[in-house]
Design a protein around this ligand. Structure first.
Ligand SMILES: C[S@@+](CC[C@H](N)C(=O)[O-])C[C@H]1O[C@@H](n2cnc3c(N)ncnc32)[C@H](O)[C@@H]1O
Ligand code: SF4
Length: 381
């Protein structure tokens, strides 16, 4: 296979003004979030602080491991999303993650980003990169941009579709040239276990940070083949992957580029079940991790049709969780419905990382990394 050349990039090139990323906004948004999380730690009262809005179920790709969605046809209107944002803000949400489906194809995503920008809350967007060039003025108003990248062309295209790698790389380089900080999100499957070095070289070349996420069970988009055949690696391979990553993080060149916390990597390394299996409250492994899961405690997902989930993993698993809808059942009822879960813990990275935020252990590591992000050259003054 011909290996495509990566575009060049000068990490010292002058940065253009970037609205959502100034140090002051970054620090004030983090402070507001931190205050809410501290309150939560002190009171233990479950309520939304972080909300993942799956603004649309539609997508311009069809990655067969993709997890979101039951119903890709019914997206809330812009006004319904604004009402939802207002209500979530009143309930305590200070961190909004915008995803989907592909958020950049939602018909008026600009209006939602503007709305969040005015509220001065964290607005993180995760995208496959296809429309980053077209939507760059809106992206400037986000507080964080994540672009999904699963490794080199061969690995990425296998996971996410022919020629999707070129689009993701183009988006990364273009956003960086525009002075926008970028984090890549790498989904660990059996096809890209050897891609850590590639991702770290890329992170140095384009001045990126990277999160490595274990695969969890997909949804309706998965089609041609079984998960076992296409995606799941043996447990020992996942364990080896995170052991290697942890070693790499000890190297000062890479320490600040890998966003996975040491605690979360150890959690994956010692996970007592196959990584794609949940640990239920009734399982003998339930004592592996006993802290209440942040998902369903302060982190929630609102689906494109207004259904509320504690966690994307519970999508399509009606034997484990039946969602309620904010417009049909009411906000309070839809969120109250998420507080009592049958699962105890799982190997999805995100809840594992969030479980630790604003705990004593996190103070040792998380504060350092937030400070680094704020003060590094990536964020303009
Ligand atoms: C669902 S996508 C939505 C945003 C956008 N369409 C994208 O691909 O970046 C958000 C992230 O979830 C990841 N993802 C999708 N299916 C997954 C699965 N089964 N397990 C773990 N991560 C998954 C994607 O790779 C992507 O980084
Ligand atoms: S992972 Fe993202 S780009 Fe791929 S199908 Fe799912 S929503 Fe679309």
């Amino acid at each position: 296979m011909l290996i495509p050349k990566l575009p060049s990039f000068d990490t010292n090139s002058p940065k253009k003004p970037v609205l959502g990323y100034t140090k002051y906004r970054f620090l004030s948004q983090r402070a507001k979030l931190f205050w809410k999380l501290l309150e939560y730690r002190l009171t233990n009262k479950k309520h939304p602080i972080v909300a993942n809005l799956f603004v649309t179920g539609a997508c311009n790709l069809s990655c067969s491991y993709c997890y979101p969605g039951d119903d890709f046809s019914i997206d809330l209107s812009v006004d319904q999303w604004k009402t939802t944002i207002d209500k979530l803000y009143d309930m305590g949400v200070r961190f909004f993650a915008i995803a989907g489906g592909e958020p950049l194809i939602y018909k008026n995503v600009e209006a939602l980003v503007d709305y969040l920008y005015e509220k001065n809350v964290i607005c993180q967007m995760t995208t496959n990169g296809y429309l980053v060039r077209q939507k760059i003025d809106m992206i400037r108003k986000c507080s964080m941009l994540y672009i999904s990248l699963d490794g080199n062309k061969e690995a990425h295209d296998f996971n996410r579709g022919k020629d999707s790698w070129e689009k993701a790389i183009d988006a990364i380089v273009y956003a960086r040239e525009e002075g926008i900080p970028v984090r890549t999100n790498f989904t660990v499957t059996k096809n890209n276990l050897d891609q850590i070095d590639y991702m770290l070289d890329l992170a140095i070349k384009y001045d990126l940070t990277t999160t490595f996420t274990p695969l969890h069970e997909g949804g309706e988009r998965g089609k041609e083949d079984t998960y076992e055949n296409m995606w799941w690696q043996e447990n020992e391979h996942t364990i080896q992957f995170f052991k290697t990553l942890k070693e790499k993080k000890k190297d000062p060149r890479y320490a600040k580029l890998i966003t996975n916390g040491d605690f979360a990597m150890d959690y994956h390394i010692n996970y007592p079940k196959p990584h794609h299996e949940l640990i239920m409250k009734t399982d003998k492994e339930a004592s592996y991790y006993t802290k209440p899961c942040s998902f369903g405690s302060f982190y929630f997902q609102v689906a494109n049709n207004g259904d509320v989930y504690p966690c994307g993993i519970l999508w399509n698993k009606t034997h484990l969780f039946t969602p309620k809808n904010i417009f049909r059942d009411g906000f309070e009822e839809a969120f109250d419905n998420c507080y009592d879960l049958k699962c105890q813990s799982c190997s999805f990275s995100n809840p594992v990382e969030w479980n630790e935020v604003a705990t004593a252990r996190w103070f040792m590591d998380g504060v350092k990394s937030s400070w680094h992000h704020a003060m590094s050259a990536r964020i303009p003054t």
